[in-house]
Design a protein around this ligand. Structure first.
Ligand code: GLC
Length: 456
């Protein structure tokens, strides 16, 4: 008995040590929730992938996909001159679409820096453009009241000390080949460079709201936390910008404080993501078409309804959407992006109340057929998004006694709560716990109409 007790005490003690070692900083769960609150309420942001690859106009991975050498890629550096760049215009478009924050690539995998850097010449100041794009962008977006975020690529296909790995343009096959390629390359030097640059972007532009580091791929010929020096790096980030939100691609999933939100990319989650049975903050990042960087000849653009459903469905599962624009090398948004943003903005103008500050509906509310529910815990209102417009009778299953009032959100017009209307209705109307709404026959002139339900 005594031995068992001793054993238990010892294991608890050891697990506590293990736990405390896994901690990046001291912050309670409540404090974290508070730190993330503005972002959780915002729900919708703009991702911007912009770099030299905009000139190739065939994916931001073009250097890897076509295994382009540094010499051959150099022309993009020598030509880059986005003469039509007007960040205020971009910010206004983001806002009009209903976005509340934005994240821009300060450096993508190609290694080129859109900011003036003391640690490499491979930066915007040495292109024909010659001005600090990140500085101009931050000022404009901040002036429009948008949250500011930097994407920074951990991966670097230009730095001479960065060791060749399986996603590098010069990737190889066998260990021997990698050893040979990496002779004389020293990842420790790159690690230092990476840290210096992250310090640069987090100190030169004032308060930064989000840091988006991309990405880890541990395993054979891959890279993870030790290659990046992730623990050191995140500690520095937290010190420099204590309020900042950091994504989860540093390979520090098992560290408290090592990440703030998870980042499902290019797919819709089945349900609110969890860790150890707890729901965690999440943001899906998505493109309008199949590429992040500007891709002239790519035509798989999602339509307005798909984009709206993506946003609504994400909020209905407690998440955010970061929707990407890949500006052209002249510095403008492609007309297809403009149209997509305008379409979303038109809907958001009248319906954003079902998005901002909203989350997954309480379990007691079942979603009626062909709908998505969101819920605002502050106002205690439920939002029913009609993906497929019904005919007249609209059954709210199990809602009896829970509803005060119902209206369309876009025009605040009352929707009557009535007995089901029709003839020979046997078998069509459900239990006595249901409520029936009487909808107008004609679908309102809104891509996805929303019913705002005032709950008791
Ligand atoms: C991926 C890709 C990249 C893109 C990013 C956005 O990791 O490598 O091109 O920037 O996802 O989430």
């Amino acid at each position: 008995m005594k031995q068992l007790l001793l054993f238990l005490m010892l294991t608890t003690f050891l697990s506590q040590i293990a736990f405390s070692q896994q901690k990046i900083w001291d912050e309670t769960e409540e404090e974290k929730t508070e730190r993330l609150q503005w972002w959780t309420e915002a729900r919708f942001g703009m991702f911007i992938h912009w770099g030299l690859y905009a000139q190739a106009a065939r994916h931001e991975w073009v250097k890897k996909r076509e295994r382009i050498s540094d010499e051959d890629y150099q022309k993009y550096f020598e030509l880059f001159n986005p003469d039509l760049f007007n960040p205020t215009e971009w910010a206004k478009k983001a806002k009009a679409a209903g976005m509340k924050y934005a994240v821009i690539t300060s450096k993508h995998h190609e290694g080129f820096c859109m900011f003036g850097s003391d640690y490499t010449d491979y930066n915007i100041m040495n292109t024909p453009y010659g001005k600090d794009i990140i500085k101009e962008w931050v000022e404009a977006f901040r002036a429009e009241g948008l949250g500011i975020g930097f994407y920074y690529s951990l991966i670097d296909w230009h730095h001479p000390e960065y060791t060749i790995d399986r996603v590098h343009p010069q990737s190889a096959g066998t260990q021997e080949e990698y050893d040979k390629l990496n002779e004389g390359r020293d990842m420790a030097v790159y690690r230092e460079y990476l840290k210096n640059q992250v310090r640069e972007i987090l100190t030169k532009y004032g308060k930064i709201d989000i840091l988006w580091l991309d990405y880890s791929f541990p395993g054979q010929f891959g890279k993870g936390r030790d290659d990046w020096g992730s623990v050191e790096l995140i500690k520095m980030v937290r010190e420099l910008q204590p309020d900042i939100l950091v994504n989860d691609r540093l390979d520090l999933k098992d560290y408290w404080g090592g990440w703030d939100f998870t980042t499902p990319e290019q797919f819709k989650v089945q349900s609110w993501p969890e860790v150890d049975g707890k729901k965690i903050p999440w943001e899906t990042c998505q493109t309008f078409s199949g590429s992040w960087g500007y891709y002239r000849d790519e035509h798989t653009w999602k339509d307005n309804k798909q984009l709206l459903v993506l946003l609504i469905e994400s909020v209905s599962k407690g998440g955010n959407v970061l929707l990407n624009v890949g500006p052209t090398a002249r510095g403008t948004f492609d007309h297809r992006a403009d149209e997509a943003l305008a379409g979303m903005g038109e809907w958001m103008k009248f319906n954003s109340r079902s998005i901002y500050g909203c989350t997954q509906a309480p379990e007691e509310f079942e979603a009626p057929d062909h709908t998505l529910l969101t819920y605002n815990p502050e106002s205690n209102r439920l939002y029913i998004h009609l993906l497929d417009y019904p005919i007249t009778n609209f059954r709210l299953p199990g809602y009896k006694g829970k509803v005060k009032y119902a209206q369309f959100l876009h025009d605040a017009s009352e929707i009557n709560i009535t007995a089901p209307y029709g003839h020979h209705m046997q078998g069509s109307i459900a239990t006595e716990n249901d409520l029936n709404l009487r909808l107008p026959v004609n679908k309102p002139n809104v891509a996805i109409p929303v019913i705002e339900v005032f709950l008791k």
